[in-house]
Write a protein that binds this ligand. Structure first.
Ligand SMILES: C[S@@+](CC[C@H](N)C(=O)[O-])C[C@H]1O[C@@H](n2cnc3c(N)ncnc32)[C@H](O)[C@@H]1O
Length: 264
């Protein structure tokens, strides 16, 4: 049966209205989710102990001068992880003003050693001053220069590696550092969700497309890496925790069971 022009117009209008209503429902849902998440973040930040002393000074400086340092909830996480893992030898890529460096030093306690790489001269100067202020300059080795060059000749056996340098180069940095991480050691990669752009939660800005694609590629890489067991935690700007397997663990339980069955 032929539809009248009026019926067709009504159908089109209804479809448009439904689409608008669905879109605004989606937006409302999305906004609600963001509000709930921000609410959770505010709640957690209220509960977590506040920075004191030099750490407070550095956080305030970072905020005032727009130096991107680890977010408070990530600082709390790395402190707990450093303590529980018993790490005594940490490698950090991206020192900035030394805030996360001071967290590692505090969590490792006396006897803990931090090697940290930074390429920005002003940051190097400030970090040196800050480690001195913290009274820990003798526990720190600051390596000035580009990590992508330095890592080629760096030697060591680190309990924990913290990746917090240029976000578009994590994969190369991991390839250069994995042999420096002890079996049983921990790799922490910060900013892996990159302002919600990596998951698509927030639209990818055009000039950030390459970084976002590289970060997605990096996440897949560490999740599939035969030497790593990885977990991704959506706090702060996103943190990936990767445990460096030893040789036995690398073979995997199922492979070991298969071998046992074959030999029976
Ligand atoms: C996010 S900030 C580090 C913040 C610091 N880890 C903290 O939480 O207190 C990143 C720093 O890495 C440095 N950086 C970026 N790419 C680098 C590279 N390839 N080699 C050395 N330093 C690098 C930047 O200059 C910057 O100071």
């Amino acid at each position: 049966m032929k539809k009248s022009k009026e019926t067709i117009n009504n159908t089109i209008n209804n479809t448009i209205n439904n689409t608008i209503s669905n879109t605004s429902n989606e937006c409302e849902k999305e906004n609600r989710e963001i509000i709930v998440r921000d609410h959770a973040k505010d709640f957690l930040l209220d509960i977590l102990p506040k920075d004191r002393g030099i750490l407070k000074e550095l956080r305030d400086y970072g905020e005032e001068h727009h130096v991107p340092i680890v977010e408070e909830e990530v600082a709390a996480l790395i402190k707990v992880l450093t303590r529980t893992s018993g790490a005594k030898n940490v490698l950090e890529i991206g020192t900035a003003i030394g805030y996360s460096g001071c967290i590692f030093l505090e969590a490792m306690g006396e006897g803990g050693k931090l090697t940290t790489i930074e390429r920005n001269e002003e940051m190097l100067r400030l970090a040196g001053e800050n480690f001195r202020k913290a009274g820990r300059e003798n526990s720190v080795r600051i390596l000035p220069g580009d990590a992508l060059e330095i890592l080629h000749y760096l030697k060591g056996d680190y309990d924990l590696i913290f990746l917090d340098g240029a976000k578009g180069h994590y994969r190369e940095m991991l390839d250069l550092t994995i042999s420096l991480l002890k079996p049983g050691g921990l790799l922490i990669s910060d900013n892996i969700l990159f302002k919600g752009m990596v998951t698509g939660e927030h639209p990818v800005k055009r000039r950030k497309r390459t970084i976002v694609n590289r970060m997605r590629d990096y996440l897949k890489y560490i999740c599939d890496h035969p030497l790593l067991d990885t977990s991704i935690i959506p706090i702060g700007d996103g943190v990936a925790l990767s445990y460096r397997k030893n040789e036995v663990e690398q073979k995997g339980l199922s492979e070991r069971i298969e071998k046992k069955e074959d030999s029976e």
